[in-house]
Design a protein around this ligand. Structure first.
Ligand code: ADP
Ligand code: MG
Length: 143
């Protein structure tokens, strides 16, 4: 079945990349990777809203600075759809730490350090569903 592994995932263009006007370049990479944009919005998160999104990291040493960063400027949240979209988008983004990211990946190209790594992607079907619901109502997704 050709559509057996069609998935949805949540992508975020983080405040560092948005602030450097890299959103267009990142969206270009998304489209060239064959991922379909089925939802998109510009947001400015509060620290509380960022904290809910990153609740899984609560208690980690970088949690407070992560929330401060994620609420420091505008972001773009995108709902993406495609074959194996979750792992595909993570491979297009590259490793969490830009210093360890593969050549040509978004984090290698546009990330500067682990705290400023340009983009987010869900890591599993369960988290993708939670994260998509965190930012999008069902009727806001246009497959
Ligand atoms: P990913 O974004 O690749 O899924 P994680 O879920 O592990 O990575 O972490 C969420 C975000 O928290 C990362 O994208 C990064 O911005 C930040 N982060 C992760 N680990 C660290 C760390 N050791 N020090 C500082 N920031 C971190
Ligand atoms: Mg993660």
């Amino acid at each position: 079945m050709s559509d057996q592994n069609v998935q949805r995932t949540l992508a975020i263009i983080k405040p560092d990349a948005f602030g450097k006007k890299l959103s267009g370049k990142i969206i270009d990479i998304i489209e060239n990777a064959g991922l379909s944009i089925i939802g998109l919005k510009v947001l400015r998160l509060t620290a509380e809203k960022a904290g809910g999104f990153y609740a899984v990291h609560k208690g980690k040493p970088f949690y407070d600075s992560l929330l401060e960063f994620m609420s420091s400027g505008k972001i773009i949240v995108l709902a993406l759809e495609g074959t194996d979209a979750i792992n595909h988008w993570r491979s297009v983004m590259g490793a969490t730490d830009p210093a360890k990211a593969e050549e040509g990946t978004i984090r290698k190209l546009y990330g500067t350090r682990i705290e400023r790594n340009a983009c987010h992607g869900s890591d599993a079907p369960e988290t993708a569903e939670v994260e998509l619901n965190y930012f999008f109502k069902p009727e806001e997704l246009v497959p």
